[in-house]
Design a protein around this ligand. Structure first.
Ligand code: FAD
Length: 591
């Protein structure tokens, strides 16, 4: 019998795992026109359950890919959180209500439930059998090489047939969840521990007399804690704190799903819920049990060629984690496009691992407070409602994903912060509405910063009608147009606008009534739609305070925003050389 020939193929990026982390990464890479494949051992997509609560920052990210609109239309927005605590007369009572996501600059100050497909084709029923990285350092340093060899097997091959394929990838992204196969192949350890808190989760359309059923509710009762999250189509997600003895198999020490089902979980919830009543109208739509594990992988990448993302590199309680990210896709796309040096990939580990470690510290404190017994006469060390509320508010920025701060690296230049104190270097560019100079249309600035893998240069010119400021801007433009400036060294205009690495947006001071956008040098108005003014809108409802909100003075500034929406660098108008230094640290010359 002839031996079947195993086909070989090449791909820029192979993503293993089509959970939320893998799909976000695939979507971002596909968006940047990077050749990407996604495989998953499952036969089909999971219909419901995990990672369907999204933070404001994730929605901003979706917005930058142009896929947030449908999500916002079909989902439920959570604006308010209600806090319940033990009542002196028994049962629970309402103690306070507050805004759910308190990060003040979130463009969407609410959480959204129900994530819809991101439109990336997944190869289901496909399993990696082996993975190897080439050991030759020269090959590894060559950005055009395909040094990762992965053998794939089709699980749905006809019986008795082994369908294999050998894929040679430039990069492999391990997005294969908390028990990551990829991570184990490279002996990467998960550091941290499992908490003692076990929770049950169930989705239902409730029949209840509880008045806060359409708010997010955080309840401490003498019987355990409960979290309620309203969902789409009248559904409710109920998280119930459970007793370890009821669920853990003493022989294995692991959660045993046979010991507790949704009916038993509902019984526990009902005791904590008293005096209110709750029951499912049409049965349970989905349920699960989980133990909170708080662990971070000892490394997030192997030789900058295999990178692990999502639960494969950090796990924490679902209450803290609603900040899905496209992982290393920014750096991979820039490197694959030949725009950035391989060294940019190391910023993925330095930025995201630090964030993951900070998140775990917060999650431990938050989970302990949420799962802890309430303060009472018998329990003087219990959780005081005011303390829990304070922590909830304090960490709003963290849980919402808005407050992520990246430390200085080649991708974030820690200099000139005083020129734009409200645009924090290493943090995401905050939203504000400016008026388009040519036609007085108001525009949300974040909509002008799509995740299209270009760096955005926001030129705050100050008042261009002031002769001093006019001269400053003209001189800045002259410097930027010199042959050795970063714009000329790194722009790839010969390959057309689609390959341009920079997008220049001008934001001037001025009044729309007398403003002429044609007065700017052409570099600052590549198209009429690129010039904005910090002025109040035509209905006199909003706008006009952008400079002060961003902390930009009359002398102006240039702000380089990374393709992932984070502030990368700030430079004075009369010292563009700071941007030269920034881009030279990781960009490769145009070919
Ligand atoms: C009850 C519960 C509720 C949660 N709610 C939220 C929430 O509301 N919001 C939120 O952001 N997070 C939530 N989380 C956390 C969230 O589910 C995880 O953080 C998220 O699913 C992690 O995504 P991931 O893509 O890294 O991994 P996963 O979702 O685990 O996906 C991994 C994928 O890889 C595949 N895979 C695994 N091994 C292999 C292999 N060897 N080969 C090929 N494919 C493989 C799997 O089939 C799977 O499709 C919740 C978690 C739990 C337990």
């Amino acid at each position: 019998m002839p031996v079947p020939v195993v086909p070989h193929s090449e791909v820029d990026v192979l993503i293993i795992g089509a959970g939320p982390a893998g799909l976000m990464c695939a979507n971002a890479l596909a968006n940047a026109k990077v050749n990407v494949r996604v495989i998953d051992k499952r036969a089909a997509r999971v219909a419901a359950g995990q990672a369907d609560g999204l933070s404001p920052r994730t929605i901003e990210v979706f917005q930058s890919y142009g896929i947030a609109e449908r999500l916002l239309k079909e989902s439920v927005q959570v604006h308010q959180a209600a806090f319940y605590n033990p009542s002196p007369s028994g049962g629970i009572e309402l103690t306070s209500r507050t805004q759910d996501v308190v990060a003040p600059s979130a463009r969407y100050p609410f959480e959204v439930y129900s994530m819809k497909p991101l439109g990336v084709e997944v190869e289901w029923s496909t399993l990696p059998a082996s993975i190897e990285i080439c050991k030759d350092e020269h090959v590894l340093m060559d950005p055009a090489s395909h040094p990762v060899r992965v053998v794939l097997q089709k699980l749905d091959a006809p019986e008795g047939q082994l369908q294999e394929e050998i894929v040679h990838a430039k990069y492999v992204v391990g997005a294969d969840g908390a028990h990551s196969w990829v991570r184990k192949q490279f002996d990467i350890t998960m550091d941290g521990e499992q908490s003692d808190f076990i929770w049950g989760v169930m989705d239902m359309v409730p029949d209840t007399d509880f008045p806060d059923v359409r708010n997010k509710c955080l309840m401490h009762s003498n019987n355990g804690s409960i979290l309620l999250v309203p969902r789409e189509q009248d559904r409710l997600r109920v998280y119930v704190q459970l007793e370890n003895k009821d669920i853990i198999d003493p022989a294995t020490g692991r959660v045993d799903k046979d010991r507790m089902g949704p009916d038993e979980m509902l019984e526990v919830a009902r005791k904590s819920f008293s005096p209110y009543k709750i029951s499912p109208t049409t049965g349970f739509l989905w349920w699960t049990l989980y133990i909170i594990g708080q662990r971070v992988a000892s490394q997030f990448s192997v030789k900058n060629r295999v990178l692990i993302v999502g639960d494969a590199c950090h796990t924490h309680s679902p209450k803290a984690g609603k900040c899905l990210k496209s992982g290393p896709s920014l750096s991979i796309a820039l490197v694959v496009r030949g725009w950035a040096d391989l060294s940019l990939l190391s910023t993925y580990e330095s930025e995201r691992r630090k964030f993951a470690l900070d998140l775990i510290v917060f999650d431990k404190m938050y989970s302990t407070l949420f799962s802890g017994k309430p303060l009472s006469q018998e329990n003087s060390h219990g959780v005081a409602p005011e303390h829990f509320l304070k922590i909830f508010k304090q960490f709003g920025g963290f849980t919402s994903g808005i407050g992520v701060h990246y430390e200085p690296s080649i991708a974030t230049l820690d200099k000139n912060q005083e020129l734009a104190s409200g645009l924090v270097i290493g943090e995401r560019f905050p939203p504000y509405k400016f008026i388009r100079a040519a036609d007085a249309w108001p525009f949300e600035i974040q909509d002008l910063l799509p995740a299209d893998f270009r760096f955005k240069l926001l030129v705050f010119t100050g008042d261009f009608s002031d002769p001093l400021q006019n001269a400053r801007v003209e001189s800045m433009v002259a410097t930027m147009q010199k042959p050795d400036s970063f714009l000329n060294r790194y722009a790839t205009s010969s390959k057309g606008a689609e390959n341009s690495r920079f997008d220049i947006i001008t934001i001037s001071k001025g009044r729309k009534e007398g403003f002429n956008f044609l007065q700017f040098p052409t570099l600052l108005r590549s198209h009429w739609s690129k010039v904005f003014i910090d002025d109040i809108d035509v209905t006199n409802s909003f706008g006009g305070k952008g400079y002060s909100y961003y902390g930009v003075g009359h002398e102006g500034a240039i702000v380089a925003v990374r393709p992932d929406g984070y502030v990368g660098a700030i430079a004075p108008l009369d010292h563009v050389e700071d941007l030269d230094a920034y881009f030279t640290s990781f960009m490769t010359a145009a070919v």
